[in-house]
Design a protein around this ligand. Structure first.
Ligand code: S0N
Length: 272
């Protein structure tokens, strides 16, 4: 199948394209193995928000430019006192906002990983719903070696995905793992030859897009509720409210208020 990729919006540090129902966000800083700055992250947050609001987009691919890296984490050249420093001079760690946005996006997010998936970059692929790894992909955390750590999804959720012993090993040893090793740990969904990674990723996307979007939305929210506590339940609960708003029963309450009468819920079914 031939894909025509159209630019959705122009950015400085990412590429945001779309082909039909599939959106593709590419971190575009190959000269630093796609390390992210606060601007890269802000642009990704903007693009993901567009994907969230656009009912025509069913799924998002997250990847890195070139074959050498998915993402090598925060750009160490702009790491300052208390965070990564943007052009506004403010030190921040806005990648945490992006992680949460990917988790609550009510659409599947597929990471297509070529080359390095390191540090905060590896956590980005971790919080995606599905990961397709090229056989040249390498995974790892560097925090304790470069003076940082991610005690959020990068630790607790990594432990859920690959197990506590393995997650501690990843952080304590700061080794790099091959795609096959990552697959054996359940860190990625499949490993394919580099030359085929885009084709296979798109085939997975097409298959996922055949499914009921509402069913996928609830599966994602439900699995994330298990790991995200009250924030996860908020997302799952919000999805339930969204569906309830579409029912005659939900509309009866609103209509009764607007018509200044008592609501009549007698005729609505009480399913077992
Ligand atoms: C990826 C590595 C292993 C690749 O090695 P290789 O192939 O030998 O390439 P290099 O020659 O090293 O790299 C090529 C060029 O790219 C630059 N570069 C690579 N990575 C970065 C980077 N992260 N920042 C800035 N520049 C980078 C190299 O400098 C080189 O350029 P030149 O030729 O001009 O020197 C290897 O590159 C490597 O180990 N990279 C560093 C990986 C790393 O430590 N990343 C940062 C980890 N920390 C985070 O990501 C923190 C962000 C975060 O998510 C977070 C979240 C929650 C809470 C806290 C944090 C936090 O830790 O702050």
């Amino acid at each position: 199948m031939a894909y025509q990729w159209e630019t959705v919006k122009l950015y400085e540090e990412i590429i945001f394209e779309r082909s039909g129902k599939i959106a593709k966000i590419t971190i575009n800083r190959p000269e630093v193995h796609n390390a992210f700055t606060p601007l890269t992250v802000q642009e990704m947050i903007d693009a993901v928000t567009i994907c969230r609001d656009d009912a025509g987009i069913g799924l998002v691919i997250l990847t890195g430019a070139g074959d050498k890296a998915f993402c090598s984490g925060g750009d160490q050249k702009v790491r300052g006192h208390g965070g990564y420093v943007g052009r506004d001079g403010i030190a921040r760690l806005n990648v945490l906002d992006l992680q949460r946005l990917i988790r609550i996006l009510p659409k599947p997010v597929v990471a297509m990983v070529k080359g390095w998936s390191i540090g905060g970059g590896n956590i980005l692929q971790l919080v995606c719903d599905i990961t397709i790894a090229a056989d040249n992909a390498r995974f790892g955390q560097t925090g304790p070696k470069v003076g940082s750590f991610d005690a959020g999804y990068g630790s607790g959720y990594l432990a859920r995905v690959i197990g506590h012993k393995r997650a501690k090993e990843v952080w304590f040893m700061c080794r790099q793992y091959t795609a096959e090793e990552a697959y054996a740990m359940g860190w990625v969904n499949t490993v394919v030859p580099l030359a085929e990674v885009e084709e296979v990723t798109l085939a997975w996307c097409e298959r996922i897009l055949m499914m009921s979007p509402t069913a996928l939305r609830f599966i994602k929210a439900s699995m994330n509720a298990d790991t995200d506590g009250l924030a996860g339940l908020q997302q799952l609960g919000g999805d339930c409210t969204m569906l309830y708003y579409t029912t005659d029963e939900g509309k009866e309450g609103k209509n009764a208020f607007l018509e200044k009468r008592d609501p009549n819920f007698d005729d609505f079914p009480k399913f077992p």
